[in-house]
Design a protein around this ligand. Structure first.
Ligand code: SAH
Length: 248
């Protein structure tokens, strides 16, 4: 696969961005590093002239940006989803550093679509959004002032993807182990979790009124496993069989 085709598999997703200047700045950062697929989930003020000014020579990236209603829509079809976080969260999640993030994204984009999620300027990503991710990445900034400007964070992580692509071109990046099945896509994984929750409720194993952290823990378990498409379809078959038995 050519470098351009692989770059086209990498989605930069900005969630609910408040300042259009950051959208333009992110577009520029991406184009400088050879990326082009920008997804905007419910941008608060867009389109906007300030986005175009800040994009400078990357107006084409803005013009091709996909504006969507939800994170689910933005990551549909992706076999790898990575979420950015400016700080530690309550439930620990598999964490990678920016370098590993660049390498992993570049390696996986050889075979499937990948997404890198960026949060709101004031609140970052919600826990629900972070729990849709396989990994979290944190730029190891000054703990006393850890939050980077949104477009700057896009710059740093796009640069790491760039470095991984250059290492790859020189034969210095190992490719991933071959697998017989594609990884499950984010939308199929989401449907699996809905089905799992429904079945556990049917079994009275959990009370939807009082979910505690069960569903989050199930998400973390299965995300860590990096299931393939076939494995998920087998598990869904098992859930359906259980449901048929209980509801008989
Ligand atoms: N107060 C917010 C900060 C959000 S900064 C919070 O505590 O989450 C806006 C976005 O920029 C973040 O959601 C993330 O996508 C990115 N970002 C900022 N600093 C970062 C860091 N140190 N590591 C990774 N992403 C960062």
């Amino acid at each position: 696969m050519s470098t351009t085709e692989r770059q086209a598999k990498i989605r930069i997703v900005l969630v609910n961005t408040a300042h259009p200047g950051n959208i333009g700045g992110a577009a520029r950062a991406m184009k400088n590093m050879g990326l082009a697929e920008l997804y905007l989930v419910q941008p608060r003020e867009y389109p906007a002239p300030r986005a175009i000014w800040r994009a400078a020579g990357a107006r084409d990236v803005l013009a091709n940006a996909k504006i969507v209603e939800s994170v689910d829509e933005a990551i549909a079809g992706c076999g790898l989803v990575v979420g950015t976080s400016a700080r530690e969260r309550r439930i620990p999640w598999p964490l990678i550093n920016p370098r590993e993030c660049g390498e992993r994204i570049w390696q996986e984009a050889d075979t499937h679509e990948v997404a890198l999620l960026f949060g709101r300027e004031d609140r970052g990503l919600t826990n629900d959004e972070l729990h849709k991710c396989h990994y979290h990445v944190h730029i190891p900034s000054n703990p006393e002032y850890s939050s980077l400007n949104l477009a700057t964070a896009v710059q740093v992580l796009s640069y790491e993807i760039r470095m991984a692509s250059l290492a790859d071109a020189e034969g210095n990046l190992p490719s991933l182990q071959e697998w017989d099945q594609p990884p499950v896509a984010a939308d199929d994984l989401e449907n699996f979790h809905v089905h799992l929750a429904e079945t556990m409720a049917d079994l009275k194993f959990y009370d939807p009124e009082n979910p505690k952290q069960l569903l989050t823990r199930m998400r973390r378990l299965f995300n860590r496993q990096r299931m393939d498409k076939m494995e998920v379809s087998i598990l869904r078959g098992v859930l359906s069989a259980v449901q048929r038995l209980i509801n008989k």
